[in-house]
Design a protein around this ligand. Structure first.
Ligand code: NAD
Length: 301
């Protein structure tokens, strides 16, 4: 069996085309959707990611506010910047590019973002929403994976799903989303003993470990769907995932390539969440400030 390719680039293009209509509808009602992206320091990979996000905004008609702060920015100054963006009605989404410098306390910074503008879905409120199956903004990477899975036409309910990787931004929210869709979910991580005994049972195998070559064909069930979230740069500069693509492709029914699979979807889902936020702001535009429209949103409006 040679797996069919799940084409993240094509799905992204299609979704972004649809965004144009939604942006036009917002503009017609006098609202320009806006996303603020905060970058602290000059990590080259982070600069590339931020550049991609800003470019995607431009392509879809979303206004971007790129805030570049020096590496040594005090936490208080960062919190003040977030407070200003929370109160700015032109901003519908706020994203802080991770990783943060070591002197910044990541959790308190993420909690400072208004839950209404938390388009990355990392605020505790949104994480809690995920646990009970009612989040405002699903985190972008697992959200994108879910849509990629849907393109295969596979019913997730009842399937054995194995998620390799248990981070707060990919593995855990991914597992929760698929549990919500009634899959039987196993989460594996670096301390899991005998990874293969779990992965071999997966109807759907999602890998987000950041370890090139971690998943080889012997670990994959015949006909499984394999989603490779990993992005690893090899010493020769080549970008690969966590899955031995050529080998596993001969066993799986569907597989995502790296690059061109999950990566483009992550940025696309960020725009989706920003548009969703702008559309909610429009519904609540008569509220005088964000404090006032907090209450209805927290009740799930
Ligand atoms: P992380 O380092 O925060 O977490 C990695 C997880 O994998 C941990 O739970 C760890 O226990 C587990 N792990 C590590 N080695 C393992 C092993 N040998 N066996 C089993 N589990 C193992 O990483 P992250 O932020 O979740 O990202 C994971 C990968 O996904 C990275 O390659 C990252 O670049 C990529 N990523 C891609 C996108 C995208 O848009 N495609 C988005 C986010 C992250």
């Amino acid at each position: 069996m040679t797996a069919q390719i799940i084409d993240g680039k094509a799905l992204s293009r299609q979704l972004r085309e649809g965004f144009k209509t939604r942006v036009a509808a917002l503009l017609e009602q006098g609202l320009t959707p806006g996303l603020a992206v905060i970058l602290i320091g000059d990590n080259p990979a982070s600069r590339v990611y931020v550049g991609n996000k800003v470019k995607a905004c431009e392509e879809c008609g979303v206004r971007s506010f790129h805030i570049a702060l020096p590496d040594h920015t005090p936490q208080a100054e960062l919190l003040a910047t977030i407070a200003r963006l929370n109160a700015d009605p032109a901003v519908h989404g706020i994203l802080i590019q991770l990783p943060l410098p070591p002197h910044i306390d990541g959790p308190s910074v993420l909690e400072a973002i208004s839950v209404h503008k938390d388009v990355d879905g990392f605020h505790l409120y949104n994480v809690g929403g995920l646990v009970v199956g009612n989040t405002i903004f699903p985190p972008c990477t697992p959200y994108g994976v879910q849509l990629l899975l849907d393109t295969t036409g596979t019913e997730v309910a009842g399937k054995n799903v194995v998620v390799v990787g248990a981070s707060n931004i990919v593995g855990k929210p991914m597992a929760l989303m698929l549990l919500q869709r009634e899959a039987t979910v196993t989460i594996c991580h670096a301390r899991t003993r005998d990874l293969a005994q779990h992965t071999i049972l997966a109807d759907i195998l999602i890998v987000a470990a950041g370890r090139p070559g971690l998943i080889v064909p012997q670990m994959v069930k015949h006909g499984a769907i394999v989603i490779d979230v990993g992005i690893n740069r090899l010493p020769d500069g080549k970008i690969v995932g966590d899955v031995d693509f050529a080998g596993v492709r001969e066993k799986a029914s569907w597989i995502t390539p790296v690059p061109g699979g999950v990566g483009p979807m992550t940025v696309t889902m960020l725009i989706e969440n920003t548009l969703r936020s702008a559309e909610r702001a429009l519904r609540l535009r008569h509220a005088d400030d964000y404090q006032e429209w907090e209450a209805p949103i927290l009740k799930g409006a």
